[in-house]
Design a binder for this molecule. Structure first.
Ligand SMILES: [Fe+2]
Ligand SMILES: [Fe+2]
Length: 247
């Protein structure tokens, strides 16, 4: 039994594709076909695959049904976390989605998913992404402080949701955690954040995140060991559409 993760599939079987990169980059050409083939080679029915947000370009559930069906048809048990583009998924209505798609898909939000002795916990997260102001040498000289203030509010809300997820697992006796956030756990200015602090507070062994796609963004946040936890970026193009084995 293995645990795999990947993010940012950005499927669009029924919806308009809005990303120039996704339209032009060779890496994204027929990416859903490459990914499906890799899953079929690597993932067995008893395995779990966590899809770490940005599943679909569709705005409403009706525009995402074929994308979600594609995910249903992949091998293994599928767990989904929210991404910033997942407009079909209202955080307050996760129970409804779970009722609709159980047992084919599990939507991870304000709840947890058991995996052997671990609880898989997660939320969308949030990161301040600038704009940053740079000098001629590309060094950061400042940033949009109004946007930063707004980002801090969103971070607080996401931290509350993440705590709900950890506490639900803890109430059921879980002490080992793998934490999933769609956004990187820190912004490019920070070494630590509320998300890295919470991973440490609950003793999450690994923090898995996505959202950073396109080569220039692969190193926006922590990768590898940091203050006793392992951080892994799993955006699909970074992994070249091969799910990463987490456990
Ligand atoms: Fe994305
Ligand atoms: Fe994203």
């Amino acid at each position: 039994m293995s645990l795999y993760a990947i993010g940012d599939l950005h499927l669009h079987f029924q919806s308009e594709l809005k990303s120039q990169r996704q339209m032009k980059d060779r890496l994204w050409k027929n990416h859903e076909e490459k990914f499906r083939r890799n899953c079929e080679k690597m993932i067995a029915d008893e395995d779990t695959l966590v899809l770490v947000g940005d599943h679909s370009w569709g705005k409403k559930l009706a525009e995402c049904e074929q994308d979600l069906q594609y995910i249903c048809d992949l091998p293994g048990r599928k767990v989904l976390t929210r991404g910033n583009h997942d407009m079909f998924w209202d955080a307050g209505k996760t129970e409804k989605l779970n009722a609709l798609y159980q047992p084919r898909l599990t939507f991870l939000q304000d709840n947890y998913v058991p995996y052997e002795e671990y609880a898989l916990v997660g939320t969308k997260g949030f990161t301040f992404e600038g704009p940053f102001f740079l000098d001629k040498r590309g060094r950061i000289t400042g940033w949009d402080e109004e946007k930063e203030t707004h980002a801090k509010q969103l971070v607080e809300r996401e931290l509350q949701r993440l705590r709900t997820s950890f506490e639900a697992a803890r109430a059921d006796g879980y002490q080992k955690f793998i934490m999933f956030v769609h956004y990187p756990p820190t912004n490019i200015l920070e070494e630590r954040s509320g998300f890295t602090d919470m991973a440490e507070e609950y003793g999450a062994e690994q923090v898995i995140y996505a959202h950073s796609h396109g080569e220039h963004r692969f190193h926006d946040s922590i990768q590898g060991e940091f203050r006793g936890r392992i951080y892994r970026l799993v955006s699909g193009d970074y992994l070249r559409w091969k799910p990463l084995r987490i456990l």
